[in-house]
Design a protein around this ligand. Structure first.
Ligand code: CUA
Length: 375
C-alpha cells in the first residue's frame, strides 16, 4: 500500500469520508492533549508550591468563585458538544445510504467473504469496485457475527446472522486496500480478510465483462422463485393468487393484518420468506410455510434481488389487496376453520391443493405455529 496520507502511521485516506473521520479523531486527540498537559503540569507545580512548610498549618478558607465555575462549565460543554456534533454528522453521513448507490451483496462465512455484483460476478475475499462511485454493501452471514472493516475507507459494520446490514462508501483513489473481519468469529478470524481493489471506471467495466458470466442475482432469484422453490404457485399474479402481491411493493408501506404499517425493504422480504407468519399482509391468511433451512443466504439474497426487481416496472399498483379481501370475506362464513388452510372460494380449492403439492420443497408439515419465530 502506498502511504501518501498526510497523517503519519495512518492508513491511506481512500474514501469520501475518510478525512472527516480523521479530523474528528485528531480533534479528540487535541482535546485530550490540551487538557492532560496542563493538568500534569499543575500537579507538579502544586507539589512544590503547597509542600508542607510547617507542621499542622491551618489553611486559609476558600470561597466559591462564580467566574471560575462558569468558565469550567462552559468550556467542557462547548468541547463535548462539538465532539457530539462532529460524531453525529459523520455517523449520519455513513449510515444514510445514497439512493443512487451501486449495490453489492456480501455474505460472511467462517472464514471468508463472499461478494456478488448485480451482474452476477462473484468474488471471494476480493472486492472490485469502481472509483468515485457510491457503493452499497448489503450484508449478511451464514453463521456467526462478522464485521466488514476497510480501514482505508474509515468504515466498518457488523454482519449479523438473520438480518441484513448495510454499509456504503465512495472510494476516491484507485488502489488496493485491506479488508478485515473486525469481530472475533472463531479460530481463523484473523485470517478472514482480503482486498478491495478500486479501479477506474473503464478498468472496472473490463473486469466486470471478463470472467465467467454467471446468472445475475435477479436471474438466479427468478429461477428459485418460479421453479426450485415454487413461490410462483402462490405469488404469481392472476386470479388464483393466494400469496401477497409482490409487484411494485418494494419501498412502499405494507399494511399488516394487525393494522401495523411496515416498510417493504430487504429485511421485510427476507423475514417474509423465513418467518412468513410473523408479518401477514392485510387481507391474507397465514398459509405460507417457512423456507427456513431450505434456502442459503446467497439464495435469499437472490430472491430479495428478484422481488426488488419486480418493483422496477410496477404495472398495476391498484388495489393489490382487494381480490384477496373478497376471498377472505367469502370464506369467513364457510366451514373452513383451520387457519392454515387457504381461505379461498370453494371453486378454487382443487387448484389450491395442486398448487401446494406442485411445490417440491414445501414441507409436508405446514402447520408452522404462528408467531413462535418472532424475533
Ligand atoms: Cu469473521 Cu472475524
Amino acid at each position: 500500500m502506498q502511504s501518501n496520507s498526510w497523517v503519519p502511521l495512518f492508513p491511506e485516506q481512500a474514501s469520501s469520508f475518510a478525512w472527516q473521520v480523521d479530523y474528528l479523531y485528531f480533534y479528540l486527540i487535541l482535546v485530550s492533549v490540551a487538557f492532560s498537559i496542563p493538568i500534569v503540569l499543575a500537579i507538579f507545580y502544586f507539589f512544590v508550591k503547597y509542600r508542607e512548610k510547617e507542621k499542622y498549618a491551618t489553611p486559609d478558607e476558600i470561597h466559591g468563585s462564580i467566574m471560575l465555575e462558569t468558565v469550567w462549565s462552559i468550556i467542557p460543554f462547548v468541547v463535548s458538544m462539538t465532539i457530539f456534533l462532529g460524531g453525529a454528522i459523520i455517523f449520519y453521513n455513513q449510515t444514510r445510504v445514497p439512493a443512487e448507490s451501486m449495490e453489492i451483496y456480501v455474505v460472511g462465512k467462517q472464514w471468508m467473504w463472499k461478494f456478488q455484483h448485480g451482474t452476477g460476478q462473484r468474488e471471494i475475499n476480493e472486492l472490485h469496485v469502481p472509483v468515485n462511485r457510491k457503493i452499497k454493501l448489503t450484508m449478511t452471514t451464514e453463521d456467526v457475527l462478522h464485521d466488514v472493516y476497510i480501514p482505508a475507507f474509515r468504515t466498518k459494520a457488523d454482519v449479523v446472522p438473520g438480518r441484513y446490514t448495510t454499509l456504503w462508501f465512495e472510494a476516491t483513489k484507485p488502489g488496493k486496500y485491506h479488508l478485515y473481519c473486525a469481530e472475533y468469529c472463531g479460530l481463523n478470524h484473523s485470517g478472514m480478510g482480503g482486498w478491495v481493489y478500486v479501479l477506474p471506471q473503464d478498468e472496472f467495466d473490463n473486469w466486470l465483462a471478463g470472467g465467467g458470466s454467471n446468472q445475475t442475482p435477479v436471474e438466479a432469484g427468478r429461477e428459485l422463485f418460479t421453479n426450485k422453490l415454487g413461490c410462483a404457485s402462490c405469488h404469481a399474479g392472476g386470479e388464483s393468487q393466494r400469496g401477497a402481491k409482490l409487484e411494485g411493493i418494494f419501498g412502499t408501506d405494507i399494511k399488516l393484518n394487525n393494522g401495523q404499517l411496515v416498510k417493504a425493504d430487504d429485511e421485510y422480504i427476507r423475514n417474509s420468506i423465513l418467518n412468513p407468519s410473523s408479518q401477514i399482509v392485510e387481507g391474507y391468511q397465514p398459509i405460507m410455510p417457512t423456507f427456513k433451512g431450505q434456502v442459503t443466504e446467497e439464495q435469499l439474497v437472490s430472491l430479495v434481488a428478484y422481488i426488488k426487481s419486480l418493483s422496477g416496472n410496477a404495472g398495476n399498483t391498484s388495489s393489490p389487496m382487494s381480490g384477496a379481501s373478497t376471498s377472505t370475506g367469502t370464506s369467513s362464513n364457510s366451514t373452513i376453520t383451520n387457519t392454515t388452510v387457504p381461505t379461498i372460494p370453494k371453486a378454487d380449492r382443487g387448484n389450491t391443493n395442486s398448487g401446494l403439492s406442485s411445490n417440491p420443497n414445501a414441507p409436508s408439515q405446514r402447520t408452522e405455529p404462528s408467531n413462535t419465530r418472532n424475533r
